[in-house]
Design a protein around this ligand. Structure first.
Ligand SMILES: *Cc1c(COP(=O)(O)O)cnc(C)c1O
Length: 455
């Protein structure tokens, strides 16, 4: 399997190269040059780990042996606290919730990040060099990455989060980690600023000459690849002809993984994107208008994103792998702050996706509604999806993703229900621990010198 870039469709990179680079040098995102088709019938009655092996193997074939891959997968999901790993909860007739918060940091990011940590260690044995991981987080990617890479030999981890714009639990999950290879940086800005700094540093020849920078954000294809697994897993537990998913979205990573699952053979009817009041994805799907907007703070901070990096992968696909066109669109978007897609592209997007922007008020009301009606407590990200699940066609199976444990976002939970969520003991412990982080101005240079000082 070779990989091309959304900005250069002639590229033929190996899996190991794209794993360690994350972002292509031309500024584009990596994608497999073709989609391996999977026969869903071969996956029935298999364990989560066996399903994972079947899905990932074609994407890494020739570079990680099947035996090694299986070993990596087995050790990855050992750390998860539910026997089903990603259990599917039936909440009503034809309505399901896929719970993705049984990893060590209680959000769906663990499902791919723990795998990535083990895959990196395995592939580094052959490379034996020093890696610098650089990532931006809206809250959950950071703790998942820190947990996956803490204490690992020859890997330093720099995580940028927007200062005072993540929940207290999210911040403490990152900053109470005192391992020497972990650096938390709070940027005086929003998530889009953090993501821009990361992208600029990836294209900075000076810093790239001094260390090999690696991306662990969902711009890294390996993350999306590992998220495909739970979409198949959920479907296999329902056994219907076709299902639809509702996916709370920010950077367009998780929902693009669902589309990748569809591309390799999962019978998905519709992917319904839920956004919060940061609704740029909703504007694109509904009206074909991609426009730069200010980020607002909402109850679902991990979705407080207006520039969804992974959407470039969808643009590349919708324009039939025309990387010249992608270059032109991204150039125009960065100069004018907007780009308008034509009717044929809009109808292509709408054949795959549907979208709804969910207000703050609706998010809180939804948490309260599900608690009262079903005694089901959701976190505010999950609630954006559940507000859509309330009103879908009752004759067709819908699976809504539960992205995080409610205890990570107790302010919203308390506002909605009058009391806090029960807190897992791992999260209770962090409140008294010492924190370690550096606050920096919203400037790429400031981050660059911090990294260079600590190589
Ligand atoms: C990351 C995250 C999202 C958004 O996922 P994307 O892949 O960025 O679209 C939603 N909810 C939670 C809890 C998250 O951590």
């Amino acid at each position: 399997m070779k990989y091309l870039s959304t900005r250069n469709n002639n590229l033929k990179e190996s899996f190991t190269n794209i794993l360690f680079q994350g972002l292509s040098k031309d500024g584009g995102l990596y994608l497999p040059e073709s989609w391996p088709l999977l026969d869903i019938n071969t996956l029935r009655d298999k364990s989560y780990e066996e399903v994972a092996l079947n899905i990932i193997n074609p994407f890494v074939a020739n570079e990680v042996s099947e035996e090694d891959l299986y070993e990596i997968i087995i050790s990855t999901y050992k750390n998860f606290s539910h026997s089903k790993i990603a259990p599917l909860y039936k909440i009503d007739n034809n309505k399901y919730i896929l719970e993705l918060f049984y990893g060590p940091t209680f959000a769906f990011k663990d499902y791919a990040m723990q795998f990535l940590g083990n895959l990196f260690s395995h592939c580094m044995q052959k490379k034996a060099n020093q890696l610098t991981i650089l990532g931006a987080t809206s809250g959950d990617t950071g703790s998942a990455a820190i947990n996956a890479f803490k204490g690992k030999k020859n890997i330093n981890v720099f995580i940028l989060h927007p200062h005072n714009k993540v929940s207290e639990v999210q911040r403490k999950q990152m900053t109470t980690n005192l391992d020497e290879n972990i650096f938390n940086v709070a940027i005086e800005g929003n998530f889009d600023d953090c993501q821009r700094i990361v992208k600029e540093l990836f294209l900075d020849k000076d810093i790239q000459g001094k260390t090999s920078l690696t991306a662990i954000n969902s711009i890294n294809w390996a993350r999306l690849m590992a998220q495909i697994i739970y979409y198949f897993w959920a479907y296999l537990q329902i056994e219907d002809k076709e299902v639809s998913f509702i996916v709370p979205s920010g950077n367009f990573g998780n929902v693009f993984s669902a589309h990748a699952a569809q591309n390799i053979g999962l019978p998905i009817k519709k992917l319904h994107i839920a956004t919060n009041e940061n609704d740029s994805l909703n504007q694109i799907i509904k009206h074909g208008l991609m426009r730069l907007k200010e980020v607002k703070q909402t109850y679902s901070p991990s979705m407080d994103i207006q520039i969804s990096s992974n959407f470039e992968r969808q643009i590349f696909e919708s324009f039939g792998h025309d990387s010249e066109k992608v270059n032109q669109i991204m150039r125009e978007y960065s100069i004018k702050g907007e780009y308008e897609f034509d009717k044929s592209i809009i109808s292509n997007l709408q054949s795959i996706y549907e979208s709804t922007a969910v207000s703050n008020t609706n998010t809180i009301e939804t948490i309260s509604y599900y608690k009262k009606k079903y005694d089901y407590l959701s976190d505010p990200h999950t609630a954006t999806g559940l507000s859509i699940l309330k009103n879908v066609d009752p004759d067709h199976p819908y699976i809504s993703l539960a992205c995080a444990h409610p205890a990570k976002f107790n302010d919203a939970v308390e506002k909605a229900t009058g009391s806090k969520s029960l807190t897992p003991k791992e999260l209770e412990n962090i409140f008294d621990k010492k924190e370690k982080m550096t606050i920096l101005n919203n400037e790429t240079e400031a981050v660059k010198s911090l990294i260079l000082k600590n190589l």
